[in-house]
Design a protein around this ligand. Structure first.
Ligand SMILES: Nc1nc2c(ncn2[C@@H]2O[C@H](COP(=O)(O)OP(=O)(O)OP(=O)(O)O)[C@@H](O)[C@H]2O)c(=O)[nH]1
Ligand SMILES: [Mg+2]
Length: 371
């Protein structure tokens, strides 16, 4: 039976990195793996990263998987038919919560031919400290963050390769105190440290066994505080293309622009492709200084495609202008926005919400009462 494993946690915590690392490990052991990416809008960096790694991927865009549960279930059935995966790894939107009730239990009911593993949530230790100590997110958005951890069966304190042991211990202790029932492990999705132990837990436990209370008004406000931008830009070099220089320059300009408007990126992710060259740049709440990685080296062209995904606590109107200003500031390079979509996520309206002990699906409107 296909095992469905949902990997949640806040924006930039390392979900896609963990999905890809896990998919690589399982594939190397001869297992068939499918991945499902999810975002509020199309033109996703994550889907492209998964395709680049040549894994089977289904993308659910235009809303989180709880609000688009029908599409999600259809894609799982399609994957079961076409790919017959041993494991399906699912990454929900990083601002999504209440997954046991709105995704996992509905899945058990409507797609009974899969088994559902425990709910994993990742936490970036530096982001945790910034959110808890510095209050670097609006209160309602921080509420989503804390509820994501509260509902997890397993919490992975990630990025241990770049986090000192004392900080790792402090964060683990703080999370343990707040979520005593969760299994807490330290990992590095990037180096693979700790992943075997996590995977053993995933295989030996079942998920969605208990409920948490989620106040949907606070949840909706927390999402509405975030601005979202997904864009595709065509870059044209005036002279010799120097994309490995342009990408960090662009990412820094974006971060500066967001900073001037008063926000750090929750997650800014960029993917540049030119000929055989592919490079990614990220800036997160935990690591606000942009980091750039070459994913495929090779001969580039005078033009490049740049996919830009921004999530930050700013009204969406700032995001488009920040993008325009960042493109204009590039030296010797013209940027043309081919598509752009910026918005604040709408109120979450899950298609199903099933409490742990309920025998019938409960409509969202009924369930919301009393929260
Ligand atoms: N050093 C280090 N960096 C990591 C690790 N895991 C993830 N990252 C980096 O953190 C950034 C965000 O990682 P993603 O995997 O894209 O995070 P995500 O949770 O999928 O983010 P969203 O899709 O926006 O919610 C990227 O720059 C990753 O390379 C890790 O274990 N160690
Ligand atoms: Mg991701």
């Amino acid at each position: 039976m296909t095992r469905v494993v949902i990997i949640g946690g806040f924006l930039g915590a390392g979900k896609t990195t963990l999905m890809l690392a896990t998919a690589r490990r399982l594939s190397a052991q001869g297992q068939r793996v499918g991945l499902i990416t999810n975002d509020q809008a199309a033109d996703m960096v994550d889907t492209r990263l998964v395709r680049l790694a040549s894994f089977s991927v289904a993308e659910i865009s235009g809303g989180c998987i709880c609000c688009r549960f029908g599409d999600f279930a259809d894609e799982i059935r399609r994957m079961l038919r076409d790919v017959q995966p041993d494991v399906l790894l699912v990454e929900p939107v990083g601002s999504c919560v209440d997954l046991a009730a709105t995704v996992m239990r509905p899945l058990r009911r409507y797609v009974p031919d899969v088994s559902i593993g425990p709910l994993t949530a990742l936490a970036d230790p530096a982001a945790w400290l910034r959110i808890t100590d510095e209050r670097s997110l609006p209160r309602e958005t921080a509420y989503i963050y804390s509820k994501q951890l509260a509902e997890a069966d397993i919490i992975l304190v990630n990025k241990r390769d770049i986090t000192s042991r004392p900080i790792m211990n402090v964060v683990r202790e703080q999370i343990e105190a707040r979520v005593p029932r969760a299994r807490i492990l330290s990992i590095s999705a990037r180096t693979g440290a700790g992943l075997r132990q996590w995977w053993n837990e995933v295989l030996s436990n079942e998920g969605a066994r208990q409920d948490i209370d989620v106040n949907y008004d606070t949840y909706a406000k927390g999402e509405a505080c975030l601005g979202w931008l997904n864009a595709i830009v065509e870059l044209e070099a005036g002279g010799e293309p120097r994309w490995k220089r342009i990408l960090p320059e662009f990412t820094r300009e974006m971060c500066n622009g967001l900073g001037k408007a008063g926000a750090a990126p929750a997650h800014l992710k960029c993917l540049l492709t030119s000929g055989k060259l592919v490079a990614a740049a990220n800036a997160t709440l935990g690591s606000p200084a942009p980091s750039v990685r070459v994913l495929a080296a090779g001969k580039s062209r005078p033009t490049a495609e740049l996919v830009v995904n921004v999530r930050t606590a700013l009204p969406p109107r700032y995001l488009r202008s920040t993008l325009t200003v960042a493109l204009e500031s590039l030296r010797d390079t013209e940027g043309k926005i081919l598509s752009e979509c910026s918005f604040a996520p709408a109120r979450p309206t899950p298609q199903h919400r099933i409490r742990a002990l309920a025998t019938h699906p409960v409509r969202r409107a009924e369930n919301d009462r009393g929260h």
